[in-house]
Design a protein around this ligand. Structure first.
Ligand SMILES: Cc1cc2nc3c(=O)[nH]c(=O)nc-3n(C[C@H](O)[C@H](O)[C@H](O)COP(=O)(O)OP(=O)(O)OC[C@H]3O[C@@H](n4cnc5c(N)ncnc54)[C@H](O)[C@@H]3O)c2cc1C
Length: 434
């Protein structure tokens, strides 16, 4: 199956279209092959290019490089994600391990943007975990306790502070963390494409159809050609399962988001001219909502089991209606028709929210599955899986490998039924926050 994307993602449409797109149209061979050119694959390719300037490295994507989830996300580079309280030291230790990985992810991106002087609208403005429900205060107090134990600067805010900072009366309670960066995801991934080392050849609009291992090579088949490689890295994230990789450990989830046009000066003034901000929901199915530096509002309030290869215009339109509602709830004074674009993107999830980072067979490696927080971690995992595949070690690999590993998932149809039931349950719990 081929990935068919909508072409209505505002982040992507902010950039100039790329030219000189190369497809696979013959039989090739190489030392290194990377499948998937999002943050993970591009970072793996960059690292391999630096390590092996004289070797042939191919990077292939089913669509235009970077135009999967890496351009379609909400742009939160997170240092922490919400956890509503721990009952044991072991759980606190696991949360710390997760936060250590996020920290390394932020450092990996900082290094990249410093080295290549990347402008990706970087703003170290922190983030809010917010809710309209006063009763969610308990969750935030527990979370605050965890953050204090681990030394993360934060504070609890009430409706009055929030109205001033966010320009909406909707939220009654929030926890603000000083850490956390907002950025333009498509600008970041475009910079990774533009700075690929010269010995990396990029092939796009070329879907890997199937692959097999024979002795010490891997053969990959595409519509109009094949690639024979010595080593391969799979970096297809939400599409790992469709390639038969770690199938019992990850599954794809489709998210949709909408972005408004820039607010007019008058509209912006009517909501109190807030500075750029980003809110994450307290209830998992609530809305992620962000005010960009150029006065646009981004909202993501759906997550569902859906065919990852295609979302019809009709279904996308329905999701857009939900997002319109989410904006109206928070900004009732703004006009109703300000959504400029709506798009979908695919993420990969595991049962216990742990990531995949491993050698699955001799010369075959995989990194992915960031459970919705893959900007920093994907960049980190890409670089580190390239090192691991080169038989090198690093302090980052040691930290990554000390995390809990993804746990086994039940087979179909139980899996989809289980995910569906959980999503419906979470959606009901987050009704007011959508
Ligand atoms: C709406 C939305 C909001 C999100 N918000 C955030 C956020 O705020 N912060 C955050 O950290 N993360 C967020 N994420 C998640 C984040 O975008 C991902 O974790 C990250 O992009 C993963 O990067 P990746 O390179 O591993 O995967 P991807 O960017 O998905 O790249 C994988 C690539 O593999 C290619 N591919 C798939 N199958 C094949 C095949 N058969 N042959 C060749 N190529 C193939 C795809 O075309 C794709 O380009 C969000 C995601 C979405 C969709």
């Amino acid at each position: 199956m081929e990935v068919v994307n909508d072409n209505s993602c505002s982040w992507i449409n902010d950039l100039n279209p790329r030219s000189n797109i190369q497809k696979i149209s013959s039989d090739l061979d190489c030392e290194w092959l990377i499948i998937g050119a999002g943050y993970t694959g591009l970072s793996a390719a960059r690292k391999l290019g630096q390590l092996y300037p004289n070797q042939k490295i191919l990077l292939v994507d089913a669509q235009l490089a970077g135009e999967g989830a890496s351009s379609r996300n909400s742009g939160y580079l997170v240092d922490t994600t919400l956890n509503d309280g721990f009952t044991s030291n072991k759980e606190l230790e696991n949360y710390k391990k997760k936060a250590d990985i996020y920290k390394l992810g932020i450092e990996a991106i900082k290094r990249f943007i410093k080295e290549y002087q990347v402008d990706c609208d970087w703003n170290e403005c922190g983030k809010y975990f917010a809710s309209s429900k006063e009763e969610d205060k308990k969750i935030l107090e527990n979370f605050s306790d965890t953050l204090s134990k681990l030394g993360f600067e934060h504070n609890l805010l009430s409706n009055k502070d929030l109205k001033k900072r966010l320009g909406t009366n909707f939220y009654n309670i929030a926890l603000y963390t000083k850490g956390g960066i907002l950025l333009h995801p498509a600008k970041l991934v475009r910079a990774m494409i533009d700075t690929l080392p010269e010995n990396v050849s990029l092939y796009e609009n070329s879907s890997l159809l199937n692959w097999k291992k024979t002795n010490d090579t891997v053969i990959c088949n595409f519509k109009n050609g094949s690639i024979k490689t010595k080593k391969i890295i799979f970096a297809t994230n939400g599409f790992l399962k469709s390639l038969g990789i770690k199938s019992n450990y990850n599954f794809p989830i489709t998210l949709t988001a909408s972005m408004t046009r820039s607010l007019t000066d008058e509209e912006f003034e009517s909501i109190g001219k807030p500075k750029e901000w980003g809110v994450l929901p307290i209830r998992p199915m609530g809305a992620t909502i962000r005010m960009t530096k150029d006065k646009r509002i981004l909202i993501r309030n759906t997550a569902e089991v859906h065919n990852p290869f295609n979302m019809s215009a009709k279904i996308l339109k329905k999701r857009s209606e939900l997002q319109k509602l989410g904006i109206k709830k928070r900004f009732p004074k703004l006009p109703e028709d300000i959504i400029q674009s709506t798009w979908s993107g695919i993420v990969s999830r595991t049962r216990n929210s742990s990531q995949i980072f491993e050698k699955i067979s001799e010369n075959i490696f995989v990194a992915g599955c960031y459970n919705g927080s893959g900007i920093g971690v994907g960049t980190l995992f890409g670089e580190q899986i390239a090192l691991k595949a080169s038989n090198e070690n690093s302090k980052e690999i040691e930290i990554i490998e000390s995390r809990d590993k993804p746990t086994w998932l039940p087979p179909q149809p139980f899996l989809n039924l289980g995910i569906y039931t959980k999503l419906v349950y979470e959606r009901i719990k987050a009704r007011s926050e959508i």
